[in-house]
Write a new protein. Structure first.
Length: 441
């Protein structure tokens, strides 16, 4: 029965077979009663590796909260929650994170009665302390990217959260980098260690290049490099928020359609940027290391290190945004006159030649529309598609990727037709409710 359930989930997700790492995690979780530490590279499929067996371990007939998944940031919380729901297991889940009213989440908790919670450390502690979550039936604790949780200063909150979950029987820790030690407060008992870092590393699937800039200001070199990529998707990584704003502004002024992402942006702006890049409405994402983990960004062709990563872990996670699963990708170090490759880059590195001053920024074929209704309003992808066709005047070929979130939706549409769509849908109803449709700029 378990195997049939697994096959159904994989078919629903469009996955042909599990990797060795995923099979190893499944066997460890389902085949014993020990705690598990899983080490595997960014992009190797760790989320599915623990979620698939977890769905088989929970009691769908019980309304009690049975599993808590702790993650370091809202992006990974949202992504993991979406993957869980897309599995169609019949189990209920909810996502809890800062940056929105806790009271709204409390109401949602009472309405949904989740069996699984995905939460950031601080928000989890908040709900536990207020009694909004009953901890007594929680038997499984997952800490995803536990190394990042510790580095981001969540140790005290994680320690408190663990102490407030007295019924936990098994713990599952996951990371793309090996931590020096696991804090004693996690209470790992006789843990089984699954280390797939060497096997799952993306290094063998990533070609690494060095691009030299004649001047310290590398903007012109970056522009020419990006032009040489054509329509290929690229993430440009920088170390500072203000640098993201500066580089994004420069590229936009030179004709690129750019998405930007950093920690100073509010949640809606972050989501707008992610969806615009993910669905191809922009081919370039300029970002801090916030974009290196926990975001649903498939098929990123190129990684550009405009600023050298501050450490090896950051380098690993940045590079892991390309060559995800079994795909191949490219990574570029953009070096100024006084910069050198860091010592932790041990892969083969090649030079990269491109024509200077002759490139033209690619023009995207789609634009991203924000639609102010989502799953909370019982809206599905089919509803959005029908709305855009019947009311917006589009045909199926004019519409690309559609993402339906809890309270809004995003749709990629033919860039030549977005204005007409916005005009046609102004003041119109989606599933009987007036909705807002606007362009994501």
């Amino acid at each position: 029965m378990r195997e049939k359930k697994k096959v159904d989930v994989l078919r629903r997700l469009g996955i042909e077979a599990l990797s060795d790492m995923q099979l190893g995690m499944k066997d460890a979780m389902l085949g014993g009663d020990r705690d598990v530490v899983l080490l595997s590279a960014t992009g190797s499929g760790k989320t599915l590796a623990y979620l698939l067996p977890l769905t088989m371990m929970l009691d769908a007939e019980s309304d009690a909260l049975q599993a808590v998944v702790v993650v370091p940031g809202r992006e990974l919380a949202l992504q993991s929650h979406e993957v869980f729901k897309s599995m169609g297991s019949g189990l209920r889940s909810i996502c809890l994170y800062g940056g929105r009213p806790a009271m709204d989440e409390h109401r949602e908790l009472r309405k949904v009665s989740p069996q699984v919670v995905f939460a950031t450390p601080g928000r989890l502690v908040d709900h536990l302390a207020k009694g909004n979550i009953s901890p007594y039936a929680v038997r499984y604790l997952v800490i995803d990217e536990f190394d990042k949780c510790l580095k981001m200063g969540f140790s005290d909150e994680m320690k408190r959260a663990v102490s407030m979950l007295p019924g936990v029987r098994r713990r599952f820790l996951l990371s793309a980098t090996d931590a020096d030690e696991i804090p004693s407060f996690v209470n790992m008992r006789n843990a089984e260690r699954l280390d797939y870092l060497d096997e799952s590393t993306v290094a063998g699937r990533v070609c690494t290049y060095v691009v030299k800039s004649a001047g310290k200001d590398k903007l012109e070199t970056l522009y020419n490099l990006l032009c040489s990529f054509g329509e290929a998707s690229t993430i440009v990584f920088l170390n500072y928020r203000d640098s993201v704003e500066r580089v994004s502004g420069y590229l936009a002024d030179r004709g690129f359609v750019v998405s930007s992402l950093h920690g100073g942006m509010d949640q809606k702006m972050r989501e707008d940027a992610v969806f615009k890049f993910s669905n191809g409405s922009s081919s370039v994402l300029v970002a801090t290391d916030l974009a290196s983990r926990g975001l649903d960004m498939p098929d990123v062709d190129n990684i550009v290190h405009y600023h050298i990563p501050v450490g090896e872990d950051e380098y690993v996670h940045r590079t892991g945004r390309t060559a995800r699963w079994r795909a191949e990708g490219r990574a570029f170090f953009l070096l100024g006159p006084d910069e050198e490759l860091p010592a932790y880059v041990t892969d083969a590195v090649d030079g990269y030649s491109f024509g200077e001053g002759t490139g033209v920024p690619p023009r995207p074929k789609t634009a991203t529309l924000y639609i102010g209704k989502g799953k909370h309003d019982k809206v599905s992808k089919g509803d959005v598609l029908g709305f855009l066709c019947k009311v917006g005047g589009l045909s199926g070929g004019d519409i690309g990727r559609i993402d339906v979130r809890e309270r809004c939706s995003y749709a990629a549409v033919d860039i030549a037709k977005w204005k007409d769509v916005v005009e046609r849908t102004s003041g119109q109803k989606l599933k009987g409710i007036k909705t807002v449709v606007e362009l994501i700029k």
